[in-house]
Ligand binder design. Structure first.
Ligand code: ASP
Ligand code: MG
Length: 453
């Protein structure tokens, strides 16, 4: 099969005319890039989410709509021949206006998805036109014709078999003739309703599309030059990682390294598609390759931080020497589709953290109905203001590993530790106020020892 590269650009990469032009140059530089997946222009999804939540105050609504119009107008005005793209964008802005009004009367998750999808629908009209003006044979494609999902609005699940079939039928032939520009983040259910994959979902979209068309490579262009040992804003001596394995990178994404949406690597891993992550502002500076096989597997690879953790502690004397307690707890959580992240147990209690990101973002809450059901079994304590620090590495079962890590953390209050279940991560839950300090300490002691000052 001939090479087919998918290039995905995040919101900041398509924030304005200059940024979009840099994307076009990146696409031109790789003749194998036949498929481009774009996010909404930076800031647009947030404005749309606010409108979708229902803005009753007409003035505020008009203000938000104006902001949306301005972001797109500014780019359109810099095109040579933006009339057609402009008319498409204005018609989407009209749709947004009526949907926002409807949401101000009654918001719903279905309406929200319809509204927030408009960001990507607009940015792709503009990007495709900009590429054509640079001489590329670019066409815009509505990914809702391929990205089939279930109807779980706000966090829809992709239907892989349909996506693969539709991609082969509709996208592959188009890519043979043109450079195709399409939307990340959005899809549609069987009835044709617009859905979204959850905030930040366009990386995941790009990987699903890459899988569907059987791409030979996937580039994720963002605003940071690859994956770092940790967030350089927290630990300034963090360094870029040139090459990392799928398993390590998935752990990082799962545990909050914002660089990739957690599900992104699953499709790439299934089809063994190498993934490149780099900065569209600075493409010549390289980035990180994520592959199945890598040359080095250091004991300490990276540190990730996830804020806004919710810890639930369930206690029951009945748990003592009894069986079935955990099964009951998880039955309740599963029934309510609550995804659990970390878990530790003692004789009479179990602590777990909740994992949830949907279109609205924010700290996960234990819904009242679930709490009430759990309270029939045990006492329930909910704690907020916690952060999860995850150390990603290799050969964690080796002698001395835990000692090396924990001997650096003597000054901190560690609320929960998960170690041993995975070969690639060690997780520690700490008070939010200590989190940066924990990251800095671990980075200094475990990662900076060999770095020349
Ligand atoms: N535009 C969407 C968001 O801001 C999806 C994405 O950028 O990945 O969440
Ligand atoms: Mg984004």
């Amino acid at each position: 099969m001939s090479a087919l590269n998918v290039a995905k650009f995040g919101g900041t990469s398509v924030a304005n005319f200059e940024a979009m032009s840099r994307c076009a140059a990146i696409i031109e530089a790789n003749p194998d890039t036949r498929l481009v997946v774009s996010s909404a222009c930076s800031g647009v999804t947030n404005l749309l989410v606010e409108l979708a939540n229902g803005v009753a105050d007409q003035e505020r609504r008009a203000e938000l709509l104006q902001k949306l119009a301005n972001i797109h107008d500014t780019i359109l005005s810099q095109l040579n021949d933006g009339a057609e793209a402009a008319s498409e964008v204005y018609s989407i802005l009209d749709t947004i206006t009526s949907l926002a009004e409807a949401a101000s009367i009654q918001a719903s998750t279905k309406l929200t998805d319809h509204l927030v999808a408009c960001g990507e629908l607009m940015s792709t009209h503009i990007l495709a036109q900009l590429m054509r003006e640079r001489g590329m044979d670019a066409v815009r494609f509505d990914i809702r014709d391929v990205m089939r999902t279930d109807s779980n609005f706000g966090r829809a699940e992709p239907e892989l078999t349909s996506i693969a079939e539709l991609a082969q039928q509709k996208l592959v032939p188009l890519c043979q003739q043109h450079v195709v520009v399409t939307q990340g983040f959005i899809g549609s259910d069987e009835e044709g309703n617009t859905t979204t994959l959850g905030r930040g979902g366009s990386d995941y979209s790009a990987a699903l599309i890459a899988e569907g068309v059987k791409a030979t490579g996937l580039e994720i262009w963002t605003d940071v030059p690859g994956i770092y040992t940790t967030d350089p804003r927290i630990a300034p001596k963090a360094t870029p990682i040139p090459e990392i394995s799928f398993s390590e990178a998935s752990e990082m994404a799962n545990f909050g390294a914002k660089i990739l949406h957690p599900s992104t690597l699953l499709p790439a891993l299934r089809h063994d598609i190498p993934v490149f992550v780099g900065s569209s502002k600075d493409p010549q500076n390289g980035g990180t390759w994520v592959r199945r096989e890598v040359e080095s597997s250091p004991a300490f690879r990276a540190l990730a931080l996830r804020n806004n953790q919710t810890m639930i502690t369930l206690r029951s004397a009945k748990m003592f020497q009894a069986y079935g307690f955990l099964a009951k707890v998880f039955e309740i959580l599963a029934k309510h589709k609550i995804s659990v992240d970390l878990i530790t147990t003692s004789e009479i209690s179990v602590s777990l953290t909740l994992d949830k990101t949907d279109t609205s973002g924010g700290a996960p809450e234990l819904p009242l109905a679930v709490r009430e059901e759990l309270e029939e079994l045990c006492t329930v304590e909910v704690e907020h203001n916690l952060c999860l620090v995850a150390l990603i590495g290799n050969r964690m079962e080796n002698k001395g590993y835990a000692k090396e890590v924990f001997s650096t953390l003597g000054d901190f209050n560690l609320r929960m530790i998960c170690y041993g279940a995975s070969d690639h991560n060690l997780c520690i839950l700490v008070d939010a106020e200590d989190a940066n300090n924990v990251i800095q300490t671990l980075h200094r002691e475990l990662f900076e020892q060999n770095i020349q000052a």
